[in-house]
Design a protein around this ligand. Structure first.
Ligand SMILES: NC(=O)c1ccc[n+]([C@@H]2O[C@H](COP(=O)([O-])OP(=O)(O)OC[C@H]3O[C@@H](n4cnc5c(N)ncnc54)[C@H](O)[C@@H]3O)[C@@H](O)[C@H]2O)c1
Length: 264
């Protein structure tokens, strides 16, 4: 039997995290570095990425790299991979965490909005993973984790672009998983509503809507970013060596509605 230290140590690992100047990606960066990994904090917000990387290095004593990357631009993904290899010499894990989507009622979208969402939430993850594969395949227990969303598995007509793109992402992950074993594992963290500051407000919510949303969850609150990072850590760890192609749902129990109609 492996010790907890053997199961959850990430010493010697190099993990790229996208969208890591944000709430969940940033939490994952702090967590993996605290467990010994060199993390590459990549984000469209280059200043934010560098700031998070500097905080991680100061906190953990492990070197972290902050780099500006637009996940929808292939040349920038090339630079991300090359810079990681030059700095740390390998890629042991990847967290495709970039994603966002504004509320759009189902009949108010158009080609441009649909395609942009697909590029951001789905295609960017495909393009980066493809570039990392030759290096991941050389590493023991190599693992790729994706940030999925509950809206991608439930009818979500209020978020038609984002939910459709996230649904596509999940099938992409499953396809990657079945052809990549036993060398590389692929899993999705299926995320419920997590507090990410202004980002959800910018998507179309207001504080009162978020309060009502929290009340509807079994656990009566939104999640903390670190609660998603813990799931990512499990999926990447040696405890999950036989787990690939799954969706790990972390959503505070979701919402429950009785199947029995009320009597008058
Ligand atoms: N927070 C939630 O409630 C929730 C729920 C379900 C799924 N998710 C998913 O989890 C992931 C992380 O969400 P979060 O809550 O941390 O969001 P966040 O908004 O806090 O962070 C997202 C980060 O992605 C970056 N980003 C945006 N466009 C980019 C691009 N083109 N290239 C590179 N980086 C880009 C932003 O700068 C930001 O730092 C996303 O994929 C999101 O869809 C979040």
């Amino acid at each position: 039997m492996k010790s907890i230290e053997q199961l959850f140590s990430f010493k010697g690992k190099v993990i790229i995290i996208t969208g890591a100047a944000g709430a969940i990606g940033g939490a994952a960066g702090h967590l993996f570095a605290s467990l010994g990994a060199n993390v590459v904090i990549s984000d469209l917000n280059g200043e934010g990425a560098k700031k998070v990387a500097a905080e991680i290095t100061a906190e953990s004593g492990v070197e972290a790299l902050g780099i500006q990357t637009n996940a929808t631009v292939e040349a920038e993904l090339d630079t991300l991979v090359q810079t990681t290899l030059e700095k740390f010499g390998k890629i042991s894990g990847l967290i495709n965490n970039v994603g966002w989507g504004a509320a759009t009622p189902i009949w108010e979208s158009d080609t441009d909005k649909m395609v942009k969402s697909y590029l951001l939430n789905t295609v960017g993850a495909y393009n980066l993973t493809k570039r990392c594969m030759p290096y991941l395949e050389k590493e023991p227990n190599a693992s790729v984790v994706f940030s999925g969303s509950l809206v991608g598995v439930t009818p979500s007509p209020e978020f038609i672009e984002y939910s459709t793109a996230k649904a596509g992402l999940m099938n992409l992950v499953r396809s990657m998983a079945v052809v990549s074993g036993p060398k590389v594992r692929f899993n999705t963290v299926l995320i419920g509503s997590v507090d990410n500051g202004d980002s959800t407000l910018a998507a179309g919510y207001d504080p009162e809507m978020l309060r009502r949303l929290s009340e509807a969850f079994v656990m009566k609150r939104r999640g903390f970013p670190m609660e998603i990072a813990y799931g990512m850590m499990f999926l990447m760890s040696n405890a999950a060596e036989w787990i690939t192609g799954i969706d790990l749902r972390i959503d505070g129990g979701g919402t429950y509605k009785s199947k029995m109609p009320k009597k008058d």
